[in-house]
Design a protein around this ligand. Structure first.
Ligand code: FES
Length: 154
């Protein structure tokens, strides 16, 4: 099987699906090449800790599994630490992703960054993440697919 058991588990039983109606931050991103889209909503307490997160992903199995694991990984984390989660971290947490699917995990990590920046802006604070790649209409999600053996460039 090209997908790990963990990927299949998060695809078949995605955690934290839905929308937090009283969200403190909302992030929506899309992959302009495949058309997949992801929305993430987060709750953040007054110590900048993420207390809850939900997602909706209209996309491939890898995009759904990576969105699911990201919502699990960020709960209890400070926003400053959560935005440092890379696509490599996400893939490692899922016991790997096929090289051709590495770009799918960018959707979840970028969606989170947009949500965190949305939270910060609502509180009159400077955004943390700067440019979000997958929100750029010229972003090529396949541009770095040959880098899956080491490091991370997100
Ligand atoms: S093919 Fe579009 S995010 Fe996976």
């Amino acid at each position: 099987m090209i997908y790990s058991e963990k990927v299949m588990d998060h695809f078949n039983n995605p955690r934290n699906v839905g929308v937090l109606e009283d969200a403190d931050g909302v992030g929506e991103v899309g992959n302009p090449v495949c058309g997949d889209i992801m929305k993430i909503t987060i709750k953040v307490d007054d110590k900048d800790e993420i207390t809850d997160a939900k997602f909706q992903t209209l996309g491939c199995g890898a995009a759904i599994a990576t969105s699911s694991i990201v919502t699990e990984l960020i709960k209890g984390k400070k926003i400053q630490d959560a935005v440092k989660i890379s696509k490599r971290d996400v893939a490692d947490e899922l016991d790997g992703l096929p090289a051709a699917k590495m770009h799918c995990s960018v959707l979840a990590t970028d969606g989170l960054k947009v949500a965190v920046d949305d939270y910060l802006k609502k509180h009159g604070r400077e955004p943390l993440s700067g440019e979000i790649k997958s929100a750029d209409p010229n972003f090529d999600p396949h541009a770095d697919e040959d880098d899956d053996t080491e490091g991370d460039d997100v």
